[in-house]
Design a protein around this ligand. Structure first.
Ligand code: AMP
Ligand code: SF4
Length: 465
């Protein structure tokens, strides 16, 4: 398999959790995974360390509540565990890619799960295969497991983990369950979020802090970019820290991916989105009778835009939350249909009005093209589209599935063309500078807007992939 060309199969937009020293850890992981469900709906799993010291794993395709029955959780005893939710991408791979992964060899066993995308996976994979390692999946977690397995034979488990992490390049938030401890690592750029909290006398680690609130955990701190922490009998320690000059949390976490109530690097996704909406008004004001947002991730920006422009904020669309995500439908006509099934316009708010519609981003343009038509059919007099992020023009290699450059409407078309394609009266995108301002100056990855990738691309070509 050519891993460079098939890289999109390896995309993992996911959520991870880990618990240590917590009674009934699997049940708590279940609750935490449900609050991270927005990060992945294709499959999920939990691995626990049972009282006998053996690792037990349950995983499967579907939502957390579908995969785990009460009896399944009963079969996962123990006070430490890791868990994972996996996102459906266009090329999902099979159920063998559902995490966590359990690795067993002569040195012992451990389980691991990650969120992100290892960009040098192809090279590492080829090396391990040439050394005789067998792979059962295309997941970066299995690859990492093999790297750890290889290094632990020489160095022991803790050093083996650190040694494996040093050779990984790209985006990862990784949790590892061993017979004695939980390890959690974040890549040196800090693309994906990962936070630690305390829960009773134990610890909870999760991709987003929204998982803490529901369990009553107390936020302690974010794991730093490049940091590996270990939680064991002695408590929490930072094991390793590497610096990178090109540090940057994924801007799309704030713009679209994270739950609004999650706090990433000290700033909630909601505050970011509202500030982005205010700045969007400053950059692209419009004469409109009302402002409406595309639920869910466009709503906070729409509120910020409306408040800054002193224009009434109205509900213009009702979202059916039980419809599959439009983005992942393989055929365009199915994506169009899915948008119609997902959103219903409210004619009583829209009739005869000049409306400003705010969404968080445009990828292919499917959603907004349909919505503009639906707003007009519902009687809107003018439809002005405002986007609370810059023009999306380059593919992501760090675990957010946006499709190839050919699929991105912003790659080869300017705003005037996109505006005509959408059928809108006007269109405005937020500038990159405003995204940085909304994030309070935090370092961010914005490669999908400007093509400046913070890592080596290991032969990938954003212009042809
Ligand atoms: P599109 O209809 O292809 O233009 O997609 C735009 C919609 O997809 C927006 O409403 C976003 O909220 C959402 N979106 C943005 N990025 C992603 C992503 N990586 N995965 C799934 N949906 C996304
Ligand atoms: Fe996030 Fe875009 Fe960077 Fe990918 S390229 S990590 S989507 S900001």
């Amino acid at each position: 398999m050519d891993f460079k060309l098939d890289n999109r199969e390896l995309h993992e937009e996911c959520g991870v959790v880990a618990l240590y020293g917590v009674e009934d850890a699997a049940r708590k992981a279940y609750v935490a995974l449900r609050s991270l469900q927005h990060r992945g709906q294709q499959g999920c799993g939990i691995a626990t360390l049972g009282p006998s010291g053996a690792i037990r794993l349950h995983r499967g395709p579907g939502l957390v509540r579908q995969v785990f029955s009460d009896a399944d959780l009963e079969r996962l005893p123990g006070s430490s565990c890791i868990g994972h939710v996996r996102y459906p991408t266009t090329e999902v791979g099979g159920p063998e890619n559902i995490q966590p992964f359990q690795m067993t060899d002569s040195q012992g066993c451990f389980a691991l799960a990650h969120n992100g995308n290892i960009i040098n996976a192809g090279i590492l994979h080829q090396r391990l295969e040439s050394e005789g390692r067998l792979f059962l999946s295309t997941s970066d977690s299995e690859l990492t497991g093999h790297l750890i397995g290889e290094a632990q034979a020489r160095l022991g488990l803790a050093e083996g983990i650190l040694s494996a992490i040093r050779v990984l390049d790209g985006a990862f938030a990784l949790v590892i369950l061993t017979p004695d401890a939980i390890y959690a690592c974040r890549d040196r750029y800090g693309f994906r979020p990962l936070s630690i909290g305390t829960l009773g006398d134990g610890y909870l680690i999760a991709s987003e802090t929204c998982a803490f609130r529901e369990l009553g955990a107390r936020f302690l701190r974010d794991i730093e970019p490049g940091e590996t922490v270990v939680v064991d009998r002695g408590g929490l320690h930072s094991l390793y820290r590497t610096e990178s000059a090109r540090r940057g949390l994924c801007a799309m976490e704030y713009i679209y991916f994270a739950r609004p109530d999650s706090i990433l690097e000290g700033l909630s996704a909601y505050s970011f989105r509202k500030a982005a909406g205010r700045l969007l008004w400053e950059e692209h004001p419009v004469e409109a009778d009302l402002v409406t947002g595309v639920p869910e991730s466009g709503l906070a920006a729409a509120l910020g835009f409306a408040q800054a422009g002193r224009i009434p904020f109205e509900t213009g669309l009702i979202k059916n939350f039980y419809v599959a995500r439009t983005f992942i439908q393989p055929a365009q006509h199915m994506r169009d249909l899915a948008v119609r099934m997902k959103f219903s316009p409210l004619p009583e708010t829209l009739r005869g009005q000049r409306i400003a519609v705010i969404d968080d981003s445009i990828v292919r343009g499917t959603t907004l093209r349909q919505l503009v038509r639906m707003f007009r059919d519902a009687g809107a007099k003018e439809v002005h589209v405002r986007i609370a992020s810059p023009r999306y023009a380059y593919p992501c290699y760090y675990g957010i599935d946006t499709g190839s450059r050919a699929q991105l409407i912003g790659a080869d078309h300017d705003e005037a063309w996109i505006c005509r394609f959408l059928g809108a009266d006007s269109l405005g995108y937020l500038s990159e500078e405003a995204v940085r301002t909304a994030a309070g100056g935090l370092p961010l990855c914005t490669a999908c807007f400007n093509g400046r990738y913070p890592t080596d691309l290991y032969g990938h070509d954003p212009f042809t992939e």
